[in-house]
Design a protein around this ligand. Structure first.
Ligand code: 3HC
Length: 315
């Protein structure tokens, strides 16, 4: 009975009065980030740096150790820029940020105090569903769940929980501390209150949020991935050198990186995973056609910068 009354009051209060609705938004202070890879660590870093209390979760201590080291290194780069002539302020910023950040290998035991759980784990629907289904039982009622997936439908991930109204997409970009954009994804089930809370959270991180429906690739990847694949096709056909294509797009279109540099930076495995998923869904779409060269490099485990070789070689 109490639950029904609470639900009724909630729906009445969010009905028409924007001031009341705004007041009901969740003020996100405590954040759990699941996944200690590049994206998860980046999200944890910016959240901690902007005064949130953050727990970064991954399965193994050694992964978390590596994540923390990566965060420290990145924070020092950020601090050097922010406090150019003030080394004391710079180290205070790093110290304060790290104080806001703890790590854990047990997601279920830390989500009880979270306002927001952001997931940035492997791009596998079953694994994500299993995770969220489990956390749904441990997280408080008000907690918002969000996925940083770059290619899977948010709706299908949200359906593994009983809180589809408190579930949305929060898509960040690599390197998270530098890239100003966050795509905030609203599924047909995401409540306005959840969406507004995610927009406010993105702004609190110092990011510029844009909104998008739950459509494959959202905005950026839907444009960026076919563009990068088109560059590979140009190169595969022998129409231009990859080095020249990179220079052309940097100097002729003002991109900070050329498409091959960016492919190596994002990870060839990630790009292949995205394009293969879209190709399966729409085999006739030439924009989503697989690339034999990309497939070959991935098969050879040349994933780009992270493995030391992709289209280019790295020290
Ligand atoms: N952490 C902190 N600071 C960083 C950083 C990081 N990880 N990376 C770069 N910086 C800062 C540092 O201040 C650095 O100076 P430093 O070397 O003295 O510390 C400064 O940026 C300059 O960096 P670089 O000299 O390495 O090179 P650039 O000037 O080219 O900047 C870049 C690097 C910001 C990565 C820029 O090249 C860029 O914007 N590239 C495009 C990235 C992009 O498009 N990302 C989106 C990919 S798509 C995606 O992520 C979606 C996913 O779903 C696939």
């Amino acid at each position: 009975m109490a639950f029904v009354t609470r639900q009724l009051l909630r729906s009445m209060s969010s009905a028409s009065d924007p001031a009341t609705a705004a007041a009901k938004k969740i003020a996100i202070k405590q954040v759990t980030v699941i996944g200690g890879g590049l994206m998860g660590a980046g999200i944890a870093q910016v959240a901690a740096a902007t005064g949130h209390t953050v727990v970064l979760v991954d399965q193994a201590e050694d992964i978390l150790k590596k994540s923390r080291k990566g965060i420290e290194d990145s924070l020092k780069r950020v601090a050097k820029k922010m406090f150019a002539d003030k080394p004391e302020a710079s180290s205070q910023f790093v110290e304060k940020t790290l104080k806001n950040l703890t790590v854990s290998t047990d997601a279920a035991s830390v989500v009880h105090s979270s306002d927001l759980v952001v997931e940035a784990i492997v791009e596998n629907l079953n694994v994500k569903n299993e995770l969220f289904n489990r956390l749904d039982k441990f997280a408080p009622e008000h907690t918002i769940f969000a996925s940083n997936t770059s290619s899977l439908p948010i709706t299908q991930i949200a359906n593994s929980t009983s809180r589809q109204d408190r579930f949305g997409g929060l898509h960040f970009f690599n390197p998270v501390p530098m890239m100003k954009l966050v795509e905030v994804i609203k599924t047909p089930m995401t409540s306005q209150k959840t969406f507004d809370s995610l927009i406010d959270f993105s702004k609190a991180l110092g990011k510029n949020p844009v909104s998008c429906q739950d459509t494959p690739g959202f905005i950026v990847n839907r444009l960026l991935v076919p563009y990068m694949l088109e560059a590979v096709r140009l190169y595969e056909k022998g129409h231009a050198l990859k080095e020249d294509i990179d220079v052309a797009m940097k100097l002729g279109a003002g991109y900070p990186m050329g498409p091959f540099e960016l492919l190596d930076y994002v990870g060839l495995d990630t790009c292949k995973y995205i394009i293969d998923g879209w190709h399966d869904a729409e085999p006739g779409n030439p924009l989503f056609a697989p690339s034999p060269l990309l497939d070959k490099l991935v098969e050879e485990k040349k994933f780009g910068k992270k493995t030391g070789e992709g289209f280019y070689k790295y020290k």
